[in-house]
Design a protein around this ligand. Structure first.
Ligand code: HEM
Length: 424
């Protein structure tokens, strides 16, 4: 880059010898803007990883103000944080590719559809989508989500208190995911455990051996459950992702990899969103009053919570070819993070973005992504969280209140660590 800069100045100096004063001014301006561009191409920002994990939003705001694309050395990635940039650039799969053959997710969980581009990705997405469509969710899954949620609330009620994360949101999410994946012989607690261990494995950039071992155990455990269920589903197919993939004739490696993708992406986000959105309503009683009065809906609560706290704050890409865009000289092979969490609080798009306001216009949020990998589980999440879990929780316990400290953690996946509540 420095060599290019020197050449540019030399080229301009040579030209300046034979040009007029007016032209000289123009050339000088060109040099200045080139130097400014080259400077922007080196934007970087340093974070304290622990502070970033506890609360990424102050750093994300600074990064977003600094430049459209900023390298964060501690994350070994270039972060794109502005909402409209993500909305545009995520669709440019020729530059920002999902293919990351050497990436931890592919190595540990197999090559799933989220790590593929174009026709290859679409072919697998088409196989999965009938299991996750609005119609299937409405006709098949939602009545079952309701049954499981009622049973979980029945068990909780006599205790008068619980931790919303582990005692309510986790089993609600786990039971739903058992149905959707087709791995119905797994327990909800096991679903939560294997999901977490795979997520930890995929973020294990430091190569901690114990984390890697737990991730391998989790994937083996899932493979065992897939092996148990395949003969049963061959005889009696259902609407699950496993049954749909088997019927399509997809190869077994892809089937396994996509089941692991659905588990790693489909357990902790609904869990965190159910507990987090319930906490947000309890913390903002005036907003809860709007729900009670019928002036706002739980769908609005969920969409606003997903904007405000972005359960998935980031999706990674790999630069597929050299490209100068967003004032940054991207080089082939570099790692890029689309920062949905930052985009959802972009003040260019959202007024008072740090405030939780269920009545705001949320049409421009990117909580589920903004490109071809748009969350395949969006309809299931909306039904489970907004139509079933939150309304049933608040209807069952009208006197629900916070009963202890609540802390949040994470930036790639963000949610409350525990939400102690009491009722009655
Ligand atoms: C609060 C709930 C959820 C949120 C906020 C969420 C968010 C996201 C985001 C941000 C992405 C990446 C999009 C991109 O890169 O453009 C994604 C992808 C995905 N999600 Fe979700 N998700 C949620 C729940 C679920 C559930 C319940 C399932 C499955 C049952 C699921 C399955 C998937 C799959 C399969 C993909 C990859 C899609 C593809 O590659 O085409 N998600 N999700």
């Amino acid at each position: 880059m420095r060599a290019e800069s020197g050449c540019e100045v030399h080229r301009v100096q040579c030209l300046a010898r034979v040009i007029t004063a007016q032209e000289f001014t123009q050339v000088a301006m060109m040099v200045a803007s080139t130097e400014r561009d080259l400077k922007l191409m080196h934007e970087h920002y340093s974070i304290n990883p622990e502070a970033f994990w506890s609360d990424p939003y102050p750093d994300l705001r600074s990064i977003q103000q600094q430049a459209p694309a900023v390298e964060v050395p501690e994350l070994n990635a270039i972060l794109i944080t502005r909402r409209d940039d993500i909305y545009t650039q995520e669709k440019r799969i020729d530059v920002f590719s999902s293919r990351q053959p050497g990436g931890l997710m592919t190595v540990l969980m197999g090559e799933n559809m989220m790590r593929k581009d174009g026709a290859e990705h679409l072919a697998e997405r088409k196989v999965l989508m009938p299991s996750l469509s609005i119609q299937t969710v409405r006709n098949i899954w939602r009545p079952l989500f309701e049954q499981h949620t009622d049973q979980i609330l029945d068990k909780l009620e006599p205790a008068g208190q619980c931790d919303l994360v582990t005692d309510f949101a986790m089993p609600v999410s786990g039971e739903a995911l058992k149905l959707i994946t087709g791995l119905t012989q797994m327990k909800a607690t096991e679903m939560d455990r294997v999901s977490q261990h795979m997520i930890d494995g995929c973020a294990n950039y430091a190569g901690v051996a114990e984390v890697e071992t737990r991730c391998h155990e989790a994937t083996r455990f899932i493979d065992d459950h897939i092996d148990q269920m395949m003969p049963l589903l061959a005889k009696t197919p259902d609407s699950s992702v496993l049954a749909a993939q088997m019927a399509s004739g997809l190869n077994i490696d892809s089937i396994r990899a996509n089941i692991k993708l659905v588990i790693s992406g489909g357990q902790n986000e609904p869990r965190d969103a159910i507990a987090g959105a319930a906490w947000a309503l309890l913390e903002h009683p005036q907003q809860r009053d709007k729900i009670v009065a019928g002036d706002a809906s739980y769908r609005q609560v969920f969409e606003e919570y997903a904007r405000w706290m972005s359960p998935i704050g980031m999706s990674p890409r790999q630069v597929a070819r050299d490209e100068n865009v967003l004032n940054y000289a991207f080089k082939t092979g570099q790692r890029v993070f689309f920062m949905f969490g930052a985009a959802n609080r972009d003040p260019r798009v959202f007024d008072h973005p740090d405030e939780f306001d269920i009545t705001r216009d949320n049409r421009k949020t990117v909580s589920f992504g903004a490109g071809p990998h748009f969350c395949a589980g969006a309809a299931a999440s909306r039904a489970l969280i907004a139509d079933v879990a939150l309304p049933k929780l608040f209807a069952r316990f009208p006197g629900l209140r916070i009963n202890g400290d609540v802390t949040f953690g994470g930036w790639a996946f963000r949610g409350p660590l525990s939400v102690p509540v009491a009722w009655g």
